[in-house]
Design a protein around this ligand. Structure first.
Ligand SMILES: [Zn+2]
Length: 284
């Protein structure tokens, strides 16, 4: 089994562009998350697989029926921050408040609390390892926020699912699929990395992981499946990250669904394999 995840956010939830898309203006922007998610679900429904949807609190508040529908259809509802905030930009108490608000909101909608968290832009890294303790303290079972990649994470992080010991118990960590290149690790599990990667290389990597009993973790965004909402003035690097190869998202997902088995992280955890323990250390 491989793990299919979706970061359930609107097209304007892009980190580090607050000067272009200030939070105060979000309510005035044309939301596309419902229509885009329906397109994505149309692709998924043909396969019969379930996915984990990491929901931004803002989206849950604005579109509660979408969350209820996903839950009704057997998908997992997990949490992706309230306003899509970078975790390392928060103070520990602020992070805890956001988690509690997310738990309350999701529980009120679907009658059960989320057990998983994914930080926007993989923002639990060496600058925010304290967040892992808080996640465990607040009752989260797993996290999917630590990328074994340069710049946004740390290449020394494990690339397979593993256990992290915290002061409040163990947390299971699900890193996104990456593959090793002469230039370092490449982000193959989603975003521009997945969209621009030849499918044959992607398939080979997933087959080799599955052969040793490891799942590959994939992630998609509704905006990759919907109408275009170009963001004016995006810096070049951000534009590449958001838009490069975006037309191929649907094709890549269809090919993956045809070749491999997928499930949500929650369903995967109902019979989890043994996982090695990793102790991330803050840099001195
Ligand atoms: Zn996100």
């Amino acid at each position: 089994m491989n793990l299919l995840t979706v970061d359930l956010e609107d097209w304007f939830h892009v980190c580090e562009v607050e000067h272009l898309l200030p939070k105060e203006k979000w309510d005035d922007l044309p939301s596309a998350v419902v229509a885009d998610t329906e397109t994505l679900l149309g692709v998924l429904e043909q396969s019969g697989f379930h996915a984990t949807f990491f929901v931004v609190g803002y989206v849950a508040r604005k579109h509660p029926q979408l969350i209820e529908r996903l839950h009704r259809e057997g998908h997992e509802i997990a949490f992706h921050g309230w306003d899509h905030e970078l975790v390392y930009s928060l103070k520990p108490d602020e992070f805890r408040c956001i988690l509690r608000r997310g738990i309350r909101t999701i529980e009120a909608l679907i009658g059960k609390r989320p057990i998983g968290f994914r930080a926007p832009q993989w923002s639990i890294n060496d600058r925010a390892l304290w967040a892992l303790d808080i996640l465990a303290e607040e009752g989260f079972v797993y996290d999917s926020s630590m990328a074994p990649l340069k710049f946004i994470g740390n290449e020394s992080y494990p690339s397979s699912p593993h256990l992290i010991k915290t002061a409040s118990g163990c947390l299971r960590e699900f890193p996104p699929l990456t593959l090793w290149t002469p230039f370092g690790r490449y982000p193959a599990g989603g975003g521009w990395g997945l969209r621009c990667l030849p499918i044959s290389i992607l398939k080979r990597q997933v087959h080799s992981l599955n052969a040793v009993g490891e799942p590959a973790v994939f992630f998609f965004h509704p905006r990759e499946f919907g109408g275009k909402h170009p963001i004016k003035g995006l810096p070049t690097v951000k534009r590449f990250v958001v838009e490069a190869g975006v037309w191929s998202s649907r094709i890549q997902l269809l090919k993956l669904l045809k070749e491999f088995q997928f499930t949500s992280i929650e369903r995967f955890l109902s019979s989890p394999p043994n996982m090695t323990i990793f102790m991330p250390k803050s840099p001195l």
